[in-house]
Design a protein around this ligand. Structure first.
Ligand code: PMV
Length: 343
């Protein structure tokens, strides 16, 4: 019996991917931190099929319970992968997955969950065919496959930081898969305190959000801005300039939300406490000069990014000023991580 288990982390985009074309290809390059505490553990066991059907057969369990919603999304994705993984026609996949972060935490499990599953598929293909890829090729393939499930999942298969989407400023970058980039030390130990304002699922799915970019009057200007931001961000990283880095992170987050606000239909995903937190973070930074900057996903929760050396001051600030604004005081203390691992 063939079996594969991987753990794979979530990631938080500093440069945002928002807008896509073709087969899940990004309209602009994005850059993310790979996280370490927010992780999915996935095991896939292949059970030989008795007959042949038109679809890939799966049994999907989240936290030991069958889950139809995620299961059907995964089935659709697997149906598109049978040329890449011919074994999908011959086996029923029994998939068990669990997340280290609570299901209703507002943290999207698609990046961690689908990257873990992509890694299992690449691993199973090697076991079944008896042909192993070079490690660089293995991860490139896993990133490509993960991308087809959820664009941002392509960035989760690498340690520390990764870039997805072609940029003339990043050698070997591609719209098809993400690549690892090697940040200087300060960025390898960055912290991300995830301040949960509202744990409910997003009110707009990312696929709807991406599609709304097609009619957005600011779309072209945004794609240009993203390329300019990436160049500035890489320069800030080269110089370990954490303030320049953080400034762009905040501009990216607010641009993402501004784009949604001016889409048709329009979405406002920040809540009152999101804005209160942003205000407090900016005052704290002004008063202390500590480089704590926020980013936001497509939802109301605030990710507070800061270098490790300031962790005690920032923790104290979070406890005294921000925890009371979180839903039931809920915070995930995450930081940059070393990427997926085979279990
Ligand atoms: O991977 P998707 O299709 O769920 O899109 C993710 C989009 C953002 O999370 C808002 C930004 C990003 O780059 O991760």
């Amino acid at each position: 019996m063939f079996k594969s288990s991987w753990s794979s982390p979530s990631n938080i985009a500093v440069m945002k991917y928002w807008g896509k074309y073709g087969l899940q290809l990004p309209r602009n390059p994005s850059l993310s931190f790979t996280l370490s505490a927010s992780v999915s553990h996935t095991t896939v066991t292949c059970i030989p099929n008795i007959g042949k059907g038109n679809h890939v057969n799966i049994e999907f369990y989240l936290d030991k319970e069958p889950n139809e919603k995620f299961g059907s999304r995964i089935s659709k994705w697997l149906d598109t992968l049978t040329l890449e993984f011919p074994f999908l026609n011959d086996f029923t996949l029994h998939i068990e997955t669990s997340n280290t972060f609570p299901h209703s935490s507002g943290i999207a499990s698609s990046a961690s969950g689908l990257s873990a599953l992509a890694l299992c598929l690449c691993d199973l293909q090697e076991q079944i065919s008896g042909i192993a890829f070079e490690r660089v090729e293995f991860y490139k393939r896993a990133s490509t496959v993960a991308r087809l499930g959820s664009g941002s999942a392509s960035r989760s298969v690498f340690p520390f930081m990764s870039v997805w989407g072609f940029s003339p400023d990043v050698p070997d970058s591609s719209d098809e898969y993400a690549i690892a980039i090697e940040p200087l030390d300060v960025f390898r130990t960055y912290h991300d305190a995830i301040l949960i304002v509202n744990p409910k699922e997003k009110s707009v799915s990312s696929s709807v959000g991406h599609s709304l970019m097609e009619g957005n009057p600011f779309a072209e200007a945004r794609y240009k801005q993203a390329n300019d931001h990436l160049a500035l961000l890489l320069n800030a990283m080269d110089k370990s300039d954490v303030h320049a880095f953080g400034k762009i992170a905040e501009q990216e987050a607010l641009t993402l939300h501004a784009l949604m606000m001016c889409s048709d239909p329009s979405f406002i995903l920040m809540k009152g406490n999101t804005l209160l937190m942003i205000d407090k973070i900016r005052s704290f930074r002004k008063d202390t000069s500590i480089p704590a900057y926020f980013t936001l996903d497509a939802g109301p929760n605030v990710h507070l990014l800061y270098p490790q050396e300031y962790s005690s001051e920032v923790h104290q600030f979070i406890e005294t000023e921000l925890r009371s604004l979180c839903h039931n005081g809920f915070i995930i203390w995450d930081k940059v991580g070393s990427g997926p691992s085979r279990l």
